[in-house]
Structure formats: C-alpha cells, structure tokens
Design a protein. Structure first.
Length: 200
C-alpha cells in the first residue's frame, strides 16, 4: 500500500529514544513513512458508518473541552470495528499476539466550540503496541502531525502505526472533525511488529 502524504511536507526518518517495555532497557527506534499504514475501510463499515457518526455526535456531552477534546464512546458495533482493525493489522504487520481483548473506543471531536487544540505531543506506549486512528469526518488542514510528517486523511481512512510513535491531532474549529482511537496491546514489542529499526 502506497504511503499518502500531504503536499509540501518533507518526510524524514526520525530517531526516538524509548524504553523497551519487555527488557526495561533504553533503545533508539528509527521511524519513517513505512511505520504508518493508511487503508480506507468505508466499504467494510458501510452498514454501520452512519451509526458511528450519530453516536459520536450524541455522546459529545462527555467531551472535556480543557482536556484534549476526547471521550470514551459506547458503540454497539465496537467489536466489529475492532475485528476489521485486527484483520487489517494482520495483513500489514509482522505476526503479533494480543495480550487482552479489553477494547475501548475513544472519540476525538472538534468543531466550532473548540478554540485551541491539544498541542501536546503524545504517544500510546502505555496502552498500545498497535495504534489505530479511524477518521470519520475530516476537514481540510485538520489532519494528524507526526514528528517527521503531516498526513491529511480522507473520510474513513484507518491509520495504523506503532503505539510509541509521537503524534498530535490538528483541530478543526469550524466544521466537525471526528476520529476514533483504537488500541491493541500485544506480547511482542511494537518495533518487532512494525519491523522498525532499533538499537540498544
């Protein structure tokens, strides 16, 4: 699958010092565009995609405007969505073994009542080996920024990337921008799953 990135963005490899969760030793991981996979899954979720939008909009009251605009969402088809995420990950990545199936869905929703975004770089090292972001409603110039590139996804694009990869969402303060975060906790390290270069 070809990597799609926005124009006028220089893409570089990026070295990140991290802690190996299995050995406790410091390692240097070298990320690049090959660490991020983009798949459009609109056809796979066609029978419940409208429900996702409705559930996100109807549960927006859970959102904390001062704490990153995200909230956990209750969604009837959560396990169907996770099955798609797992299947796509198995096609793209090295073999992995799930630690558990305690799956959660976190919605990130910004719109005209969001003045400032969460400008803090973050990762999901503590909660995910494989991180997925499903874009439900996208807006121009409101994609996702990584330390080495910016991506502007399309509606129903699923991004799959290592849990330890630093990133930050770009808000939309006009029309709704909606994405869902999915996380898989695995026995294997994310650098083994994603075949990321690393050295101790």
């Amino acid at each position: 699958m070809a990597f799609r990135k926005s124009r006028d963005v220089k893409s570089l490899s990026h070295r990140i010092k991290n802690l190996d969760t299995q050995t406790g030793k410091k390692i240097v991981m070298i990320f690049n565009n090959n660490s991020i996979h983009i798949i459009n899954i609109e056809d796979k979720i066609s029978f419940f995609k409208d429900e996702i939008i409705n559930d996100c909009m109807s549960q927006v009251f859970k959102r904390n405007l001062t704490n990153g605009f995200n909230f956990e969402i209750d969604f009837y088809h959560k396990y169907s969505l996770y099955n798609i995420f797992i299947n796509e990950s198995e096609k793209l990545l090295n073999k992995f073994t799930l630690k558990d199936n305690n799956f959660k869905l976190w919605c990130y929703l910004t719109n005209n009542d969001c003045i400032e975004g969460n400008k803090v770089w973050h990762n999901h090292t503590r909660t995910a080996s494989i991180n997925g972001v499903l874009y439900i409603k996208t807006q121009k110039n409101s994609g996702i920024e990584f330390e080495f590139t910016y991506i502007e996804p399309n509606d129903f694009d699923l991004l799959i990337f290592p849990g330890s990869l630093n990133h930050r969402p770009i808000i939309s303060n006009k029309k709704p921008r909606i994405s869902l975060n999915l996380e898989l906790r695995c026995i294997e390290s994310d650098y083994d799953i994603f075949n990321v270069s690393h050295k101790k």
